[in-house]
Ligand binder design. Structure first.
Ligand code: FRU
Length: 493
């Protein structure tokens, strides 16, 4: 870890020493997974194994900066009651000593396999990378088996984040990569035993398949089917912003297409951003036993704003998104909050049919630290509708411009910044507000905005304003906290 060779006990001591401070932070979210101390980034190894959902994550327990990572581990049966499990992977071997980087999980027979990237930096910061495997029978204790893939010719050492799945009795792995021309790409491998892997070649990338320049590095790929259609998720770095598109420093999005394994070709359409907010990166999915495609993302990214997050002085930073169910509607990915989250609802804050008319075009409700809000418009908005949250985030739908905008005060100097998407009609909203985050699901998940925000008072009002006369139904609940057991693991020293 920070000092190479840190042990599980060092990490548990770190938690024991800092968790009390972390807990006092009023920006600590209530219904999102976060690191107990230190920095969390990508969701890793998502899997439903022996009826338990496993969410692993990139974790630097020692600092609130990127650095040497281990795999933290949470488990749940219902997405409400969680358990913090022992650290799954610790960077303590020659092939992963500068970090057990991102990867994925699969089950074969009775065994859980974790695939991850062993990151190694020598004294001159020269990087090497190895795609490694670790196995487990109980899903809790992992035995590392070492590297199964070494860097092939034609690629730089930015070669990482293996995602493995099975199709037609064969195992496939995709890896996020940068080729020697410094173009982001995704490469495919194939195996029949999960140990010996054959290099197939790039299946998508910057300047590949006729899609132009899409950045210098592609991270965290994921490939799956929804309704028989192949989808590739990826997090490219270096895409130049274009009007209201690609406004974050790094992107996460998807291609819809057809994967032809016989020809080793993935024919696909345009790159589409998955989330239009400020803080969303490195999403990963799993298929659960009921057939749902469930996605978590990192509610953050390693951009220039990270260091201004106020939680740093409480010795923690970042969170995962809420879990989302993916579906395909008219050739686009829709995201909906996982239905289990309805169990978090406690008291109803408001449930009402609202009529904005000549006299009244404003409604103010008292905000609580956590809230789920649903709005259904009974008629089309003709002009503009706004929601102001804790004097910090403003949502603006303009029917005149056909745009949906989310505005927040930036963490550095309180200046207003915006993200947008085009939207022809606003039909409904489902909004999840936590102590320091907001996730806005528009029109049953057609578009989503995910943002962190740090309001001065996280129990302030929420104000609804309209320029039109309009009728809508509103319901809002206060949400309970997730229950997380074993946040301070027992020290066995
Ligand atoms: C994405 C990423 C991955 C890498 C991991 C390291 O956020 O850069 O490519 O494996 O984070 O923590």
């Amino acid at each position: 870890m920070k000092e190479l060779g840190s042990t599980v006990e060092d990490i548990y001591l770190q938690i024991k020493n800092n968790y009390h401070l972390v807990e006092t932070d009023s920006y600590r979210n209530q219904f999102h997974l976060m690191p107990s101390v230190g920095l969390l980034n990508d969701p890793n190894g998502l899997i439903h194994f022996k009826r338990i959902y496993h969410v692993f994550y990139q974790w630097n327990p020692f600092e609130t900066e990127q650095g040497v990572k281990c795999w933290g581990h949470y488990t749940t049966k219902d997405f409400i009651k969680w358990e913090m499990q022992p650290i799954a992977l610790l960077p303590n071997n020659w092939y992963d000593c500068s970090g057990c980087y991102s990867g994925s999980a699969v089950k074969s027979d009775d065994t859980l396999y974790l695939f991850y990237t062993g990151n190694v930096k020598d004294e001159n910061q020269k990087r090497s990378c190895y795609q490694c495997v670790a196995i487990s029978k109980d899903g809790i204790n992992f035995e590392k088996k070492g590297p199964v893939i070494f860097l092939p010719d034609g690629y730089t050492t930015h070669f990482r984040d293996p995602k493995v799945w099975k199709a037609d009795e064969l195992w496939y792995m995709i890896i996020g990569a940068q080729n020697d021309k410094e173009e982001g790409t995704v490469v495919l491998y194939q195996s029949d035993d999960l140990i010996k892997w054959e290099f197939i070649g790039p299946i998508a990338g910057s300047n590949l398949n006729g899609h132009g320049d899409l950045g210098y590095m592609w991270e965290c790929p994921d490939m799956f089917k929804i309704d028989g259609i192949d989808i590739l998720l990826v997090s490219p770095q270096g895409i130049v912003s274009e009007g209201i598109k690609y406004n974050n420093e790094f992107q996460s999005g998807y291609f819809i297409g057809k994967m032809d394994f016989a020809a080793n070709k993935f024919e696909h359409g345009e790159f589409t951003e998955l989330d239009r907010g400020f803080d969303f990166y490195a999403p990963q999915t799993m298929l659960d036993e009921s057939g749902r495609r469930i996605m978590y993302g990192w509610m953050g990214m390693s951009d220039g704003m990270q260091k201004y997050q106020p939680t740093i002085k409480y010795k923690w930073i970042h969170a995962l998104t809420i879990p989302r169910k993916l579906s395909l509607v008219n050739g686009r990915i829709y995201q909906e909050p996982l239905e289990e989250l309805a169990q978090l609802r406690s008291s109803i804050i408001i449930e009402s049919d609202i009529k904005f008319n000549q006299e009244q075009r404003e409604l103010c409700i008292h905000d609580y630290k956590t809230m789920e809000l649903k709005i259904k418009y009974n008629q089309a908005i003709k002009d503009e509708f706004q929601i102001l949250i804790r004097d910090n985030v403003r949502i603006i739908y303009s029917a005149l411009k056909n745009t949906f905008t989310v505005e927040r005060k930036n963490f550095k100097d309180d200046k207003t910044e915006q993200r947008h998407c085009n939207l022809e009609n606003l039909i409904n909203l489902n909004i999840f507000i936590d102590a320091s985050s907001i996730e806005i699901f528009i029109n049953d998940g057609q578009e989503v905005f995910t943002c962190r925000f740090f309001a001065e008072d996280n129990e302030k009002d929420i104000v609804f304003l309209s320029k039109d006369e309009i009728e809508f139904h509103i319901i809002a609940w206060q949400l309970n906290q997730l229950i997380i057991e074993n946040c301070i693991p027992e020290l066995k020293i």
